[in-house]
Design a protein around this ligand. Structure first.
Ligand SMILES: Nc1ncnc2c1ncn2[C@@H]1O[C@H](COP(=O)(O)OP(=O)(O)O)[C@@H](O)[C@H]1O
Ligand SMILES: O=P(O)(O)OC[C@H](O)CO
Length: 497
């Protein structure tokens, strides 16, 4: 019987299942968007039941589309939107609250207080993270503080916390396994990336009982099997990684100094920095890239909160396009931005600014401004934010980055990719398979079960599809960049009380 590996890719806006064969080629894909809930300004939630039902639905659909059954799947890999926080009852398996999504800003004031109380250095040194509402820790605390009876039940060991990977594992195993992997753990602000354990001092600081926490596994390791009845046969769950870490692996950035940028809802640039967790001096995060066969690789990360999501906003919020793919043609109608800049700080600004109070800002409009300028400014904002992060990364690593490997939904946009190369003055390289997040999770899962023997087995599978080279004639770059930074200044601190 021919065997395959299935990746479950639970993203911010959709759940996807992708089945790969031994050559790393895609055999089947199924995808389902799910509901985004915005219960208050700055709040973003998902229904955990819908996360699970959409994910198991697409897994079954991807198999059925090509006539595969459980017995055909050698391993399952999970990759997920990170930081998004779910707390559930261990006995009933029911969540006590909606998932609080990574973009949610409700704990920003608490984070300000934490900073004011001088905890920044402690948290940075232990976790590699800056204090921000982005990470899971303060979201767990919010649930315990705000859901009636939750704190008491948590103290009695009755509640479980997990990021989305742990929630999927719990459901796939019918509650037999409560586990996460080290990459997801490194995004909680509760995990010490040096000792690789949950940190008691941070748990005490946020008043979170250790009994709620999942076991922490390597990224490529069998952590359990699907429960009987989930699929026709029980399948090992043998790879887990946060989506950005999985993408770094799927892009085969396995050597220190290699960099990838994923253009999805947000943009996330990660650089492999090898086995030592170097702390950033330029407001980037230090995070665990993966742990495989007992060897940990670390990464520097620049997280941008709104990237492709700005295109969704043009579609759903402004209504100037009907589908994301229309944005390129609309933007191309404006040869230049004509001084119009859009800073998409809808959820504050992430790296390298870390301004929780920045807000979305559109500047530089005149009577000649039309929808195409706004579309162009939206696309350019993705590239400018990436440039800010790349400059910080170059400063930290002391190197000049010549090549950026890219993936994610927005990389299909050639205008954006060319502008990115021009503004960075670096090559932008798009691989044949842009589903590198899912591919990375599949590789991690397949390596643990012997589907692939070792890295050499898979390294040669990475192939370039198109390289965007910078236009050497570009004269206006510096002017454009200084316009962008003026616009960022206008967006900053806007919502500060
Ligand atoms: N042609 C395009 N140009 C720009 N952005 C696009 C284009 N097509 C899709 N996108 C954006 O890419 C994002 C989806 O990418 P994906 O990698 O699936 O994201 P996620 O994993 O965050 O859900 C959406 O925000 C969408 O607006
Ligand atoms: O779902 P994505 O691809 O936008 O990724 C979300 C990130 O993991 C959040 O940190």
């Amino acid at each position: 019987m021919t065997k395959y590996v299935m990746a479950l890719d639970q993203g911010t806006t959709s759940s996807r299942a992708i089945i790969f064969d031994k050559t790393g080629a895609i055999v089947s894909v199924a995808q389902k968007e799910f509901t985004q809930l915005f219960p208050a300004p700055g709040w973003v939630e998902h229904d955990p039941a819908e996360i699970w039902s959409s994910q198991i639905g697409v897994a079954t659909e991807a198999m059925a589309k090509v006539g595969l059954e459980g017995g055909n799947i050698a391993a399952i890999g999970i990759t997920n939107q990170r930081e998004t926080t779910i707390v559930w009852d261990r006995e009933t398996g029911r969540p006590v609250h909606n998932a609080i999504v990574w973009q949610d800003r409700r704990t920003a004031a608490f984070c300000d207080n934490l900073k004011a109380s001088g905890k920044e250095e402690l948290i940075r040194t232990k976790t590699g993270l800056v204090i921000d509402a982005y990470f899971s820790g303060t979201k767990v605390k919010w649930i315990l503080d705000n859901v009636s009876g939750a704190r008491e039940r948590a103290a009695q060991g009755k509640l479980a916390f997990g990021t989305v990977d742990a929630w999927l594992v719990w459901n796939l195993t019918h509650g037999a396994v409560h586990a996460t992997d080290i990459t997801n753990a490194s995004r909680t602000m509760l995990f010490n990336i040096h000792t690789q354990t949950w940190d008691e001092e941070l748990l005490a600081l946020l008043d979170i009982p250790a009994s709620m926490l999942p076991d922490v596994k390597e990224s490529s390791e069998v952590c359990g099997h699907t429960a009987p009845g989930v699929f026709a046969e029980q399948i090992p769950i043998s790879g887990i990684a946060g989506d950005q870490h999985a993408a770094l692996f799927g892009q085969m950035c396995t050597e220190p100094g290699m960099v990838k940028n994923t253009y999805g809802t947000g943009c996330f640039m990660l650089m492999n920095i090898g086995p030592k967790p170097i702390l950033s001096k330029n407001n980037l995060l230090t995070t665990v890239a993966w742990k495989v066969n007992g060897e940990t690789h670390y990464a520097l990360e620049g997280s941008i909160f709104i990237a492709g999501a700005i295109v969704q906003w043009l579609r759903d919020g402004l209504g100037i396009i009907r589908s994301s793919s229309e944005v390129e043609a609309l933007a191309a109608k404006a040869v230049q931005n004509d001084g119009v800049y859009l800073v998409p700080a809808f959820a504050g600004l992430g790296a390298p600014y870390w301004d929780q109070h920045a807000r979305g800002t559109l500047v530089g409009m005149t009577r000649g401004t039309n929808a195409s300028h706004i579309a162009r400014a939206a696309l350019e904002s993705i590239a400018y934010q990436t440039m800010d992060v790349l400059k910080a990364m170059e400063a930290d690593a002391g190197i000049s980055i010549q090549e950026l490997r890219v993936d994610g939904g927005a990389t299909g946009n050639n205008l954006l990719m060319q502008f990115q190369a021009d503004i960075l003055q670096a090559k932008v390289v798009r691989p044949g398979i842009t589903e590198t997040t899912a591919l990375g999770a599949a590789y991690l899962a397949g390596l643990a079960t012997g589907y692939w023997q070792n890295l050499e087995d898979i390294r040669s599978q990475w192939q370039m599809e198109k390289t965007f080279t910078p236009d050497p004639e570009q004269q206006q770059r510096e002017t454009w960049i200084s316009g962008w930074h003026k616009a960022v200044d206008a967006a900053r601190h806007w919502a500060q009380q």
